[in-house]
Design a protein. Structure first.
Length: 323
């Protein structure tokens, strides 16, 4: 085992990038008594002290849900929040947009509701519409931040978003509109770390106190290696996507096919030295995104064991799954 010195281990927070995934619900991780969103979150919080909310990538956050999350978890439990898709140059479903924006887009195009587009791009919105939409997104996130429950606000960019001067300016803009929140960015193409680009990229993040997100993912040419510069004062973050090369290379693969991967002990132990290298960070988040069945849960619990952070309940669950 690779238990770390107390001054490092006390900074580490481990969790998964969803607690509501339908395959996790069917996996047996939740007991039959955990049949509601609130009871599942309470069960999850008995094993972990943080979680990443991925539903905010697909739809705008609901303030009521956020208040319920806060009320239903321990005071030291924190939530990472993934940015809504349009703010990271992904497309969003038209039906996921607020009513006012759907009405404005239809009025602007002169189309009938039956002619609404299935998907919307950031470029389809005016500057004023983007500003209003972001404010509508960020206001509920402020509830978490003001209550001391926000782990980070993550902006995960697509693989086709390559290094550019405009990208560096966009990071500055994200800081301007997000205020003092703990921000993190995850880029997906290795052009951000080619010679000359890497220093400009990390300098831009440091200037805005934005954390670079380290990744564990398949090595398939365009992906990033496990580089992990600490670029923010508030903390640092690593996300584990699995190493399913076949799934990542298949452009038609579903999300579940891409992230269907079970880490082994040796693969997770590779990160011990990397964690020691970022020991100066105030908080270190290790988040597992191989969210198929209970694979992310098992990976996160295994890492807790490796680092000497596992409690008795976590050990019992892991032992049950090893038999």
């Amino acid at each position: 085992m690779g238990a770390l010195p107390a001054e490092i281990s006390e900074k580490i927070r481990i969790g998964t990038c969803s607690w509501t995934d339908k395959t996790l619900i069917k996996s047996g991780f939740y007991p039959a008594s955990a049949s509601t969103p609130a009871s599942r979150l309470a069960h999850y919080a008995a094993f972990f002290n943080t979680v990443e909310v991925d539903s905010t990538y697909y739809a705008m956050p609901d303030p009521g849900n956020i208040f319920r999350w806060i009320a239903g978890t321990p005071k030291n439990f924190t939530f990472g929040v993934k940015s809504f898709s349009l703010f990271t140059f992904h497309r969003a479903k038209f039906t996921a947009l607020p009513n006012w924006l759907r009405a404005e887009l239809l009025a602007g195009s002169g189309g009938a509701p039956s002619e609404a587009p299935a998907l919307v791009r950031r470029e389809d919105l005016t500057s004023d519409q983007r500003k209003r939409l972001f404010e509508e997104f960020i206001n509920p996130v402020r509830i978490l931040h003001n209550s001391g429950r926000l782990a980070y606000l993550l902006f995960q960019f697509p693989p086709y978003w390559k290094f550019s001067k405009e990208g560096l300016v966009y990071f500055k803009r994200l800081r301007e509109v997000s205020g003092p929140m703990p921000l993190a960015v995850e880029v997906r193409d290795n052009s951000w770390f080619t010679p000359g680009n890497g220093e400009r990229f990390t300098d831009a993040l440091r200037a805005e106190n934005i954390a670079y997100t380290a990744v564990d993912e398949p090595d398939i040419g365009w992906t990033l290696g496990p580089v992990w510069p600490v670029t923010s004062e508030w903390g640092t973050l690593a996300r584990f996507h699995g190493r399913n090369k076949a799934g990542w290379r298949n452009l038609r693969a579903s999300i579940y096919e891409r992230f269907d991967y079970e880490y082994d002990t040796f693969e997770l132990e590779e990160w011990i030295g990397r964690i020691e290298n970022v020991r100066g960070a105030k908080v270190i988040y290790l988040m597992y995104n191989n969210c198929v069945d209970d694979k992310a849960v098992n990976s996160a619990l295994m890492m807790k064991e490796i680092l000497g952070l596992s409690g008795e309940k976590s050990r019992r669950y892991r032992q049950k799954n090893l038999i």
